[in-house]
Design a protein around this ligand. Structure first.
Ligand code: IMO
Ligand code: MG
Length: 451
């Protein structure tokens, strides 16, 4: 069977840990969207592995697949594989022939367009990995697919068409001199070599066929979502989104598995609070981060102190970029939206340990917008930014011996934490599947394992 793991918030919900937990009995772990904008941390035998492209399961000896819905930077891919090998692992990663390739001009244009937007304070705050420009080329039918890297005539033909266009856009539209970065011959040589290496290492697959064959042979497949629901290009907070579909529908289109197969079990992952990297509204934000929080002026006070406490306790700094993340209270309208868009069959709530030590823990149970009570996410940024959270307050819980609690199970959790978790489950209509109380796979309580 399959299990799909989906971020229910704005990314960084701790999906890597849940993939690791629920992927334990799985044979294959496949990503279905995104690229090296993701950042998952997997802790295994006391060792920490930070990955941005390779599926987290590769650390545990699973077959990893980058599905056709992904955008692949081959340089990052081989760097991560080499690093894992240097650390004594033997990763087995396959790449869909239909996935699209990120080139240096995509990265350059990502930065150039963000710079241009920042003049009017309209930048998205992207990870700068060229994700948007690559999906843009895919949709515009001028992209280069992984399979094209293995066909020298086709690769040259594609680049001869696209590279001069990119140069013209950078230089004429944005007035940026790109110099050698967009040199056709250099790009051709480097990427043709990547193609040979992908073939040489037997990494290329037709993802849909590969995964279907494995499932028919009795294997369990875990489908690993990157980013989160509110970063979804269709269901997120457009334009402050990524350029793919992290919601469960993406698991079908991004792998070639039918929706009935990819949607069998869908676990939504949330943090007990909320974080955001980059710009855009965040009604439950505490404090703020200069440069990211709209109209933010640095301040002091209770909210700022709470934000700092959560950020430090939760290690809320970007895995990829090292940027401090914006933090706030759990936003239930957001989680309701996520549960309904992806059809969650189970909910994993992480970082319950991080929330320990607060007198009071708050949740936005709804918003108030133009005098009306709103229980789910409005469609536009303008409306969302105008939403005032309606908070419900919970008594906090003290710090505890989380490792011991993980060993004993759910009933050993502090009573106030149980009350909080059950409220979230009831309000979203999704049963609890797991509770995360630390960074390691062992630091989790499993209530309902999908496999
Ligand atoms: P994981 O997998 C959090 C955000 C960026 C930016 C927007 C668009 O670790 O949860 P992009 O580079 O994708 O075009 O940026 O999306 N973003 C993430 N935020 N976690 C992520 O991944 C993210 N990947 C992209 O900060 O606001
Ligand atoms: Mg991350």
């Amino acid at each position: 069977m399959t299990v799909t793991i989906v971020g229910a918030q704005l990314g960084d919900e701790g999906k890597g840990g849940i993939v690791d937990l629920f992927g334990e009995p799985a044979d294959v772990v496949a990503r279905y969207q995104g690229g090296d904008n993701a950042g998952h941390t997997v802790v295994h035998a006391g060792e920490e592995y930070k990955l941005s492209l390779v599926p987290s399961g590769a650390v545990r000896g699973k077959v990893g697949v980058l599905g056709n819905g992904c955008v692949v930077n081959p340089g990052t891919l081989f760097d991560e594989l080499d690093t894992l090998r240097e650390r004594g692992l033997d990763p087995d990663v396959r790449v869909a022939r239909r996935a699209h390739v990120i080139f240096p001009y995509h990265r350059a244009l990502d930065g150039i367009e963000e710079d241009a937007k920042s003049d009017e304070d309209r930048e998205v705050g992207t990870t700068g990995r060229g994700i948007g420009p690559t999906y843009e080329d895919k949709a515009a039918r001028r992209g280069v697919r992984v399979a094209d890297l293995t066909d020298s005539d086709r690769l040259r033909e594609r680049l001869e068409y696209v590279v001069p266009q990119k140069r013209a856009i950078a230089e004429t539209v944005f007035g940026v001199d790109v110099g050698e970065r967009f040199d056709l011959e250099t790009l051709y040589e480097e990427y043709h070599e990547y193609g040979e290496r992908l073939v040489g290492e037997g990494m290329l697959v037709d993802a849909g066929e590969f995964l279907t064959d494995r499932i028919e042979a009795g294997d369990d497949v875990l489908l690993e979502g990157a980013q989160g629901t509110v970063l979804d290009i269709d269901h997120g907070n457009y334009p402050y989104v990524t350029s793919s579909n992290p919601t469960a529908g993406g698991a079908a289109t991004g792998t070639g598995l039918p929706p009935s197969v990819a949607g069998e079990a869908v676990v939504g992952v949330v943090k007990g609070y909320l974080s955001r990297v980059g710009s855009g509204p965040m009604p439950t934000e505490l404090g703020g981060v200069a440069g990211d929080t709209p109209e933010y002026t640095e301040g002091e006070g209770e909210r700022e102190a709470l934000a700092t406490k959560i950020r430090e306790a939760g290690g809320e700094y970007g895995t990829v970029t090292g940027r401090p993340r914006r933090v706030g209270w759990l936003d239930l309208p957001m989680v309701r939206h996520a549960a309904r868009r992806s059809g969650f069959t189970g909910l994993a709530v992480n970082h319950i340990d991080t929330l320990a030590g607060f007198d009071e823990v708050r949740v936005a149970e709804a918003y108030r917008l133009d005098g009306e009570r709103v229980e789910t996410l409005p469609a536009t940024v303008r409306e969302w930014a105008a939403c005032e959270p309606v908070y419900r307050s919970f008594d906090g819980w003290a710090d505890a011996d989380w490792a011991a609690i993980a060993g004993e199970g759910y009933d050993a959790l502090p009573g106030n934490a149980q009350t909080y978790l059950e409220y979230v489950s009831e309000e979203t209509g999704v049963a609890l599947a797991a509770v995360g109380i630390g960074p390691d796979r062992e630091d989790s309580i499993v209530l309902d394992h999908p496999l």
